[in-house]
Design a protein around this ligand. Structure first.
Ligand SMILES: Nc1nc(=O)c2c([nH]1)NC[C@@H]1CN(c3ccc(C(=O)N[C@@H](CCC(=O)O)C(=O)O)cc3)CN21
Ligand SMILES: CC(C)C(=O)C(=O)O
Length: 388
């Protein structure tokens, strides 16, 4: 066999899939000294003009890069949403001052949940004042039965992803059940982790008058607290499920007392969840901090919804609380796209020519010439050494 053919085989041997017979060693050390040198020479020639200048860039990315117009910035394949569109005007970072200014001029405050980088990014790009990493992610992102199962470490992982996706919104992390109720010291320890590791700007914790000393301890340490009264889902077992709160006059007065207690403790705002609209409107008028309603009517200072609920990112037939308005059909669109992809892969309609990488005609011809030699040599070897 000719030396050049052997060289070709030893290089091509790397391309033979596992389990296929490899006729010759792909390592130059298996050849004699002269062919080892020859191997290195040929090898570097094959990569000349590519590898010698840009040793670690595959040909496709080098050539793709050169045909990109200068104005076009390429998204990293690891983070396709990373570059913000140059057509979107930059927004000033939302701070507690921004929230306070909105409240003072009676402009509704917008808040939505996010649980990962893309859901945070789309919320931030579309002008949400606040983004909440709610513990509802236990149910909507982690498939858990209720919110009480989610761990602090799990919340922190999601918080960090959201922080990377939402560079301008005011970010609130939800302290999960078990991470703050034991003592104000425990709450402060957890809250500090949400700021330091979770990269949040504030924390939310459930509870009214009973949690006021805890709210105060966290606020004293310089961590803004969003309180949460009315339906507090982490206490669903004590409440007898996800039940509307403040429905009797006495219960309504309790909601007011809770809101006043957390205001006095220094909360910057309070979530009012699943309380009658009249009660929420009255509480909003009677306290001096913003109320963020969910299932609490239009009389609140702002609104919050769970993103997967309002964007319709759930399968048909799922139960929805009465307060949810479905603004989109993300599930329907994703289903349509996946079904079409499935069909096109099965029918070989995808990928089409425009989804493939071009190769120069001369290179294709040279490739065909070399592979013909390779085929001949392998056929010959198979005849000569049928067992190997
Ligand atoms: N996807 C999702 N969206 C949410 O809004 C949400 C969560 N998960 N998980 C945590 C809590 C739980 N939430 C819920 C869940 C159910 C009802 C609910 O069933 N409400 C009844 C009221 C029943 C009554 O009259 O007392 C309803 O019919 O809306 C309310 C809030 C709100 N939060
Ligand atoms: C529904 C909001 C207020 C919440 O607490 C969550 O998403 O966990």
């Amino acid at each position: 066999m000719e030396a050049s053919t052997r060289m070709l085989l030893s290089r091509a041997g790397r391309l033979v899939p596992r389990g296929q017979p490899i006729l010759f060693s792909s390592s130059p050390s298996a050849c004699n000294d002269t062919s080892a040198k020859q191997y290195r020479h040929n090898h570097s020639l094959a990569l000349a003009g590519q590898a010698s200048r840009r040793p670690y860039l595959p040909q496709s990315s080098t050539s793709t890069r050169s045909i990109q117009p200068d104005t076009h910035s390429r998204a990293s394949s690891h983070s396709p949403m990373a570059p913000s569109s140059p057509t979107t005007p930059p927004r000033k970072k939302v701070t507690l001052h921004t929230i306070d200014a909105l409240y003072r001029r009676n402009e509704p405050i917008t808040m939505i949940t996010a649980h990962d980088f893309p859901s945070a990014h789309v919320a931030d790009q579309n002008g949400m004042d606040m983004v909440l990493v709610g513990d509802s992610l236990a149910m909507v992102a982690l498939g858990m039965e209720d919110t009480s199962a989610v761990l602090e470490e799990e919340m922190l992982l999601h918080c960090r992803s959201v922080a990377r996706g939402a560079p301008t919104a005011f970010l609130v992390g939800d302290l999960p059940m078990g991470s703050y109720e034991i003592s104000p010291a425990q709450a402060l320890t957890t809250a500090i982790r949400f700021i330091k590791h979770g990269r949040m700007h504030a924390v939310k914790l459930e509870g009214g008058a009973a949690m006021a000393p805890t709210v105060a301890a966290v606020v004293r340490a310089g961590i803004p607290v969003l309180a949460h009264v009315g339906l507090t889902p982490q206490r669903q077992n004590a409440l007898g499920g996800f039940r509307v709160q403040g429905r009797t006059a006495a219960a309504a007065l309790q909601v007011l007392a809770d809101a006043r207690a957390v205001e006095a403790a220094g909360a910057f705002a309070v979530v009012l969840e699943a309380v009658p609209a009249e009660v929420a409107a009255y509480v909003t008028r009677r306290i001096g901090i913003p109320t963020i309603g969910i299932g609490a009517g239009a009389g609140c200072s702002g609104q919050v919804l769970v993103q997967v609920d309002m964007s319709g990112n759930f399968p048909p037939g799922r139960f929805l609380p009465k307060f949810v308005k479905k603004y989109g059909d993300v599930w329907g669109e994703a289903s349509r796209a996946i079904a079409q992809y499935r069909d096109e892969v099965k029918s070989r309609a995808y990928p089409a020519k425009e989804h493939t990488y071009p190769m120069k005609k001369e290179e294709v011809e040279e490739f065909e010439r070399l592979t013909a030699l390779l085929d001949d040599a392998e056929a010959k070897a198979e005849r000569e050494f049928p067992e190997s």
